[in-house]
Design a protein around this ligand. Structure first.
Ligand code: SF4
Ligand code: SF4
Length: 501
């Protein structure tokens, strides 16, 4: 198969071997789970259990609020302790409320009856995937059922795990490639795609071999394994589509505009298990790695497990541990503490040491070298965007494609002046979103004010009219009384005149 290149990108030193050696291990249940109500792209889910209530493993704890939200289920049996307020020190987007579940007992809700992925209707399959609370496990957290609602010509299974330390998809493919292939075929059936490409980076030879064997056994000529070169950020949807098809998702557009859908390999497997085994999404594979942990590995982690518990399973912190990240070194979120809990989109806990960190305060002025633009996979001009964001010319930055920035961090790494460009772009985007919300609020307030003003004017006019009518009525009553008076007077005068005649 002919592959294509995408603009920019970087070849980064690989570190997947660090956690590969630890294999795939199940994490014992911690004493408590902290389940965030927002583990997906849309509105937070709404709790449907109360503090003090006993729950069974697999029971629904919170219901989706709207089409981009997702249900949340209990990864273990236990007792609901509280609906805890958010943690303001958590990274943006992760600061909301969470359910605290004490893990006790082993009662389990009976799984849903299995559906036959080959004969169940696409609507029934999609509904099962929705009920399982499934969201994209590659990091975006977009509800899977929603993404499957539009027909496509091509399904891409994304196993191009391009962040250098993350190896959870690699572990998944090495151990569960058959379920990934079966899940891929089922997802393709839902969206009517005749073809599935399972893309895996060439730095994952064991995963490639396992996927090829699974394809031979279960691919039925529909699923094809494609080895793609290891270039960061090839796992980005747009970059992977470009590599596989040579086509580019238009600026401001979506893969669906090209008739393509991209699903993470973990999502495909979880969808298969929801349908063929009746299981809601209760756990995921997480890489715990970096020089700051003693025994890096890949772990099967119940959702809501605190990072501290996970790091303890990986042998605890080493003396080198300096910075804790949720995600990879390029796109990961810095965590202020390890009490934070694993959610559906979280694929890695990375503990870096001094050697991996840039010294603080080494930023220098831009020398207009253009290295950031050469590295940008989104064909942006980061130095120009930087100037616009710093000058608060955010509308200009938006015009120049600020929202096409995938926050991959390539420009940061390429910049000889060590300018944290991505942080500026992240800030610019959140500022624009906040302003849009503010504008929307002001617009709604103005509409409310104008509606109220119109109502008051209408009521005043109606009052005035009623008054005028009453006055007119009173005037006409006076006129009638005067006329009667005159008639009486005339009659009296006429009587007198008749006598005279
Ligand atoms: S962070 Fe944004 S601007 Fe920088 S290289 Fe990536 S896509 Fe381009
Ligand atoms: S790489 Fe850094 S120094 Fe060079 S143009 Fe971009 S922002 Fe400026």
């Amino acid at each position: 198969m002919r592959l294509h290149s995408f603009p920019g990108g970087l070849r980064l030193p690989g570190h997947k071997d660090a956690s590969r050696a630890g294999g795939l291990q199940a994490v014992p249940m911690p004493p408590e789970l902290h389940l965030a109500l927002q583990q997906h792209a849309g509105l937070p889910a709404l709790p449907c259990v109360l503090p003090g209530e006993r729950v069974a493993r697999g029971q629904c704890l919170a219901r989706a609020d709207g089409e981009f939200s997702a249900d949340l289920h209990a990864p273990c049996a236990g007792r609901m302790l509280a609906i805890a307020p958010g943690d303001p020190s958590a990274p943006p987007g992760r600061q909301g409320a969470h359910l605290v579940l004490a893990c006790e007992g082993d009662d389990t809700v009976a799984p849903w009856p299995a559906l036959d992925p080959a004969t169940a209707s696409p609507d029934a399959l999609r509904e099962r995937i929705r009920a399982a609370g499934l969201v994209g496990l590659g990091g975006a957290g977009f509800p899977t059922a929603e993404k499957l609602s539009v027909g496509r010509d091509l399904l891409v299974l994304n196993g191009a795990e391009c962040e250098p330390w993350i190896a959870c998809d690699d572990a998944l493919l090495r151990h569960h490639a058959e379920e990934v292939v079966l899940g891929g075929r089922m997802l393709a059936r839902i969206v009517g795609a005749p073809r599935v490409l399972l893309a895996i980076e060439d730095s994952m030879p064991e995963a490639l071999a396992a996927a090829r064997a699974a394809c031979d056994a279960h691919g039925e000529g529909v699923v094809e394994v494609v080895s793609v070169p290891t270039i960061y950020p090839e796992g980005g949807e747009r970059q992977l589509i470009r590599v596989l098809t040579g086509r580019e998702v238009p600026r401001g557009g979506l893969p669906r505009d090209l008739g393509v859908i991209v699903q993470n390999v973990g999502t495909a497997r979880a969808a298969w298990r929801a349908v063929a085994h009746g299981e809601p999404l209760l756990e995921r594979i997480v890489t715990v790695t970096g020089p700051g942990v003693a025994r890096p590995g890949n772990f099967i982690v119940p959702l809501g497990t605190p990072v501290s518990h996970l790091v303890a399973q990986a042998g605890g912190y080493t003396p080198q541990a300096r910075r804790l990240l949720l995600g990879g070194p390029m796109m990961g979120l810095a965590l202020p503490h390890d009490g934070f809990a694993i959610g559906k989109p979280d694929n890695c806990v990375l503990v870096l040491g001094d050697a991996e960190l840039r010294p603080a305060g080494d930023e220098m002025p831009c020398i207009r070298c253009g290295d950031c633009a050469s590295a940008c996979p989104a064909r942006l001009l980061p130095q120009q965007l930087l100037w616009q964001v710093r000058a608060d010319r955010l509308d200009d930055a938006r015009e120049q494609g600020l929202f096409d920035c995938i926050e991959c961090g390539c420009c940061d790494l390429a910049c000889p002046s060590h300018i944290p460009l991505t942080a500026h772009f992240r800030h610019g985007k959140s500022e624009l979103r906040a302003r849009a919300v503010e504008t929307e609020r002001a617009h709604a307030a103005r509409e409310r004010y104008e509606t109220r003003l119109q109502r008051l004017q209408r009521e005043a006019a109606e009052r005035e009219q009623r008054l005028a009518e009453r006055r007119a009525g009173a005037a006409s009553a006076d006129a009638v009384a005067a006329a009667l008076e005159r008639a009486r007077a005339r009659r009296a005068a006429g009587t007198e005149g008749g006598t005279d005649a």
